[in-house]
Design a protein around this ligand. Structure first.
Ligand code: HEM
Length: 169
């Protein structure tokens, strides 16, 4: 069976190497905490304002401020900063945490559309960091699509697969 990472690469068009180029430098120290707060705020402002009801309603049971904090704390931790997310929420387990939501290909594209605009409107992000983050987001979005889909079918826990240890699932 194809691994979730293979599926993520196939669907996203982003190789695993490009997706994990975020680990080459130290993006947290390059960009700083405030940049991630701004990025997540810009992202969720767009999501909660989306004129497409089907997408906005996926976030209907989530409080915007909490969603912003969940995301920037995760990103800070994943990009080499302090483990703010795990201190408050535990293991990220992103596939499991996305399972209640309809994480379809269409939803991934809409999520990525808003994130692309959020990256563009966060001026503190230099071009090299933007490319790395874009590839990471694209690959991870499709990793989640593949993971949620597979979990629905087989009810196993892909995050426990040794081969997936590197992925922030
Ligand atoms: C949480 C949807 C992709 C990281 C959430 C939530 C929703 C959601 C509805 C709940 C909001 C909250 O209370 O925090 C989606 C959809 C995606 C997607 C439809 C499309 C593919 C991603 C990607 C990442 C990500 C690509 C990371 C790169 C997170 C994190 C949380 C979260 C860290 C907080 C989880 C928690 O602590 O409960 N997402 N997401 N999501 N998402 Fe996504």
């Amino acid at each position: 069976m194809q691994s979730l990472q293979q599926k993520a690469s196939e669907w996203s068009g982003v190789s695993t190497d490009d997706a994990f180029a975020i680990d080459d430098g130290d993006l947290f120290h390059t960009l700083g905490l405030q940049t991630f707060v701004t990025l997540s705020t810009n992202f969720y402002n767009r999501v909660y304002d989306d004129d497409q009801d089907w997408f906005r309603s996926i976030f209907g049971n989530s409080d915007k401020e909490t969603a912003i904090q969940n995301q920037y704390e995760f990103l800070v931790q994943r990009m080499g900063g302090p483990p703010l997310y795990s201190q408050r929420r535990g293991h990220p387990a992103l596939i499991a945490r996305h399972r209640p939501f309809p994480v379809t290909h269409e939803a991934a594209e809409r999520w990525l559309h808003h994130m692309g605009q959020a990256l563009d409107s966060t001026s503190a992000i230099d071009d090299d960091s933007k490319i790395k983050l874009t590839n990471f987001f694209r690959h991870t979005a499709y990793f989640l699509v593949a993971g949620v889909e597979r979990k629905d079918q087989h009810h196993h826990t892909p995050c426990k697969d040794a081969a997936l240890k590197q992925h922030p699932c």
